[in-house]
Ligand binder design. Sequence first.
Ligand code: CA
Length: 234
Amino acid sequence: MSKPLILIVEDEAALATMLRYNLEKEGYRVCEAGDGEEALAVAAEQKPDLALLDWMLPSLSGIEVCRQLRRKQASRDMPIIMLTARGEEGDKIRGLNTGADDYMTKPFSLPELMARVRALLRRAQPVAQKGTLCFADISMDMAAHRVTRGERTVHLGPTEFRLLQFFMHHPGTVFSREELLNSVWGPDIYVEPRTVDVHIRRLRKALNEGDCADLIRTVRAAGYSLDSETADQS
Ligand code: CA
């Protein structure tokens, strides 16, 4: 089995070199792009398993690169970690909303970045489980990694896929943000609880497209559950 290929999109040469050195030391293969246009070309050609994407890039911004990667079949499911010098909460949410899976503010801790890379790659791996999970009109074909709602195919990023899979295993149970972080993201990395809200919003949007009943229940001060009681039965 070949080692995972990581795409580094970074215009600061010194930072790109440092990232390459450390990723290769961890056993990953690395490809690089120095600007947004090149990032899209390299992603299409080499099909990396994960991308580290700088926010401030020449030609196209990291946000725009992220958006375009998500629109393409080949990179729709690729985990993306945004790297940024900005620390504003609003920017973070904006980054996650355009399709990034994680977000780190420079200067970041290298061990933490490596932990997040490992966690995301693990989450993106095809789930060993076979068979189909069903709830209401949602079905998840685990072998094909395919989600449908009624007749419609639902496109989910790796985090939303794992989140839905977790809910499908425990329908009707309310989970706090911390419980979801531990079970879906893994206990070994620190992610802010608000990140859960962003991914829940993305999952909801994908599931509910075309005016479907909302099956994800928000329980005030408690968390979230997958629950058909919330569905409009009429
Ligand atoms: Ca930059």
